[in-house]
Design a protein around this ligand. Structure first.
Ligand SMILES: Cc1cc2nc3c(=O)[nH]c(=O)nc-3n(C[C@H](O)[C@H](O)[C@H](O)COP(=O)(O)OP(=O)(O)OC[C@H]3O[C@@H](n4cnc5c(N)ncnc54)[C@H](O)[C@@H]3O)c2cc1C
Ligand code: FES
Length: 510
């Protein structure tokens, strides 16, 4: 490797002076061309890969605290001692190296061989997971990570293996990411991990007394433990023309590819119905493909209910700067072959229409099996449904708000679904843990990425600093003196510190 191609910093096998290591501040270097960081916490010094296993975020710029390092981009969290994943969206642990200290010099030695996980407290014979999305994939992978040796069947209604769904409204839709980036796992991963991934396998029947799940394709699977991770389905407005062939929804890879094909086939005038996160991200991505984009939404300030007025206005301004026309305060009343008709009489020209008007939980399997369902499958803090041995996680699950503020909540975030999938894996194996993580999501609008930790359905005070339009902003959403959530733009470390503070609050409340 050419010297200029090496990651920055010293070759850590040559050693660095111990005095160069500041407590809690990673020192970036490299070993054999790989970016590696040295992290001192107290007396301990750790050598770990410096590249996040999610999208390759720069971990040396992350937050070191309480024996962990957190990624500045989307808040994945890893153990410093051993590199284990503590929180998604990390997809794998970090490589670690031995560290030798002698005469004031810290030198990195051999790469450690990952240890086999200890035997879990309990082991069901067979696990079936319905749903090959964020929660289902995370649960299947985590079962192996936590030492499960029995059979795992992952039933996926889709024709495609599990994908990085957030990318479907961002770089992939914009034409800036190749298809290779979408797969959560390499092709041979499933066989290597002995996970029986069944595509085209929609679970349609749940027989609780015989403990079997039946699929639409006629196959059926016995289970000792079952996870329902069927996610959510996009809503379609009930207006004339809503099912015309040029009207698209966006949830799956198939949906996304259909939109891309329509643009590639010449569609140029796009109407996005709904200024939701997905609606606005689609607008930004299709602008990048050169389409003329108009967004139609009933609210006057899109996303203000989640982001507050100032940040929401900055996001709207960003979309206008990107050339998207926003029709706010109006509703579509009909979709025609080449226009969308609004309730104020406007006709928005459109040869492609994308509806981003929210989702509903895919809970019919549970409902038909008479599990307790209330706008999602109701679970307890351990993510157990009302039927023994059956869990639910992700967008389909309604769980007790760990902060005890909002009662039961259903949260539609990628990392929450993954964290819940991992927690279900642990609980199937007898660890008996409650869901206690601070929710996190991110949303991307052109070059503006908003990070959001916590969950605030309402607030009485906004504590804001900086300017979102300058890419330097933080806002705390406060109710009754308590910080429920924090949104930030360009303040990654501050956002991580706020998350840590909320975690400590949660832990103290238990
Ligand atoms: C385009 C898009 C962009 C997004 N961007 C972000 C983002 O930037 N940040 C963020 O935090 N969140 C984002 N989200 C939300 C995030 O993707 C979801 O919260 C997350 O995917 C939920 O995971 P899940 O496993 O519950 O459901 P899903 O990931 O939807 O997985 C459920 C899977 O189950 C399958 N299924 C359904 N029914 C059955 C059945 N009966 N049998 C078998 N399989 C079944 C479905 O086909 C699907 O593949 C985005 C969502 C979309 C659609
Ligand atoms: S790149 Fe690290 S969490 Fe996304």
């Amino acid at each position: 490797m050419n010297k200029d191609d090496l990651p920055p910093g010293p070759d850590l096998t040559q050693g660095v002076a111990a005095s160069e290591l500041t407590d809690g501040r990673p020192l970036l270097g490299h070993i054999g061309g790989q970016a590696v960081m040295l992290v001192r916490q107290g007396d301990a010094v750790h050598a770990l890969a410096a590249t996040c296993t999610h999208y390759g975020g720069p971990l040396a710029e992350g937050l070191v605290a309480d024996g962990t390092v957190r990624c500045p981009w989307h808040h994945a969290c890893f153990d410093l001692a051993g590199g284990a994943v503590r929180a998604p969206p990390a997809l794998a642990p970090l490589d670690c190296w031995d560290v030798n200290r002698e005469n004031g010099i810290v030198r990195v030695g051999a790469k450690r061989v990952p240890r086999a996980p200890p035997r879990p407290p309990r082991s069901p014979g067979s696990v079936v997971i319905a749903g090959g999305g964020a929660a289902g994939e995370a649960a299947a992978s985590a079962l192996r990570e936590f030492g499960f040796d029995g059979s795992i069947t992952l039933l996926a209604a889709d024709s495609a293996a599990p994908v990085d769904r957030p990318n479907l409204s961002k770089d992939y839709l914009a034409g800036k990411a190749p298809e290779d980036w979408l797969w959560l796992r390499a092709n041979d991963y499933w066989a290597q991990q002995r996970i029986d991934l069944r595509l085209h396998s929609r679970a349609t029947e749940l027989d609780l007394s015989r403990r079997r799940v039946g699929c639409a394709n006629g196959e059926s699977f016995a289970f000792d433990a079952l996870l329902l991770a069927t996610g959510a389905v996009p809503r379609r407005l009930d207006i004339p023309g809503a099912r015309l062939p040029h009207v698209y929804l966006l949830r799956s890879l198939h949906h996304c590819q259909a939109i891309i094909e329509a643009v590639q086939a010449g569609a140029k005038k796009v109407a996005v119905i709904g200024a939701s996160f997905i609606g606005l991200e689609v607008a930004a991505a299709l602008r990048e493909r050169g389409a003329q984009v108009q967004v139609i939404a009933p609210e006057s300030a899109p996303l203000a209910r989640v982001f507050g007025p100032r940040l929401a206005a900055a996001v709207a301004a960003k979309h206008r700067d990107m050339g998207t026309h926003l029709h706010l305060g109006c509703k579509p009343v009909a979709i025609h072959a080449d226009t969308v008709e609004l309730d104020d009489g406007t006709r928005v020209p459109a040869d492609l229409v994308v509806m981003g008007v929210g989702v509903q939980p895919a809970d019919e399997l549970a409902r038909e099996a008479a599990l307790v369902v209330d706008r999602g499958i109701v679970v307890d803090a351990r993510l157990r449904t009302s039927a023994p041995g059956v869990w639910a996680a992700g967008d389909v699950a309604r769980f007790p708000d760990p902060f005890g503020v909002a009662g039961a909540v259903r949260i539609e975030h990628w990392a929450v679904a993954q964290a819940q999938g991992r927690l279900v894996a642990r609980n199937m194996l007898g660890f008996d843990e409650a869901y206690q993580q601070v929710p996190f999501f991110w949303s991307q609008h052109g070059d503006m990425t908003v990070s959001y930790v916590g969950h605030a359905e309402s607030w009485d005070t906004l504590d804001e600093s900086g300017d979102p339009q300058r890419g330097d902003y933080l806002c705390r959403f406060i109710a009754g003196g308590r910080v429920l959530a924090v949104a930030s733009v360009g303040r990654d470390l501050d956002g991580l510190r706020e998350e840590l503070a909320m975690e400590k609050q949660l832990a103290a409340a238990v």
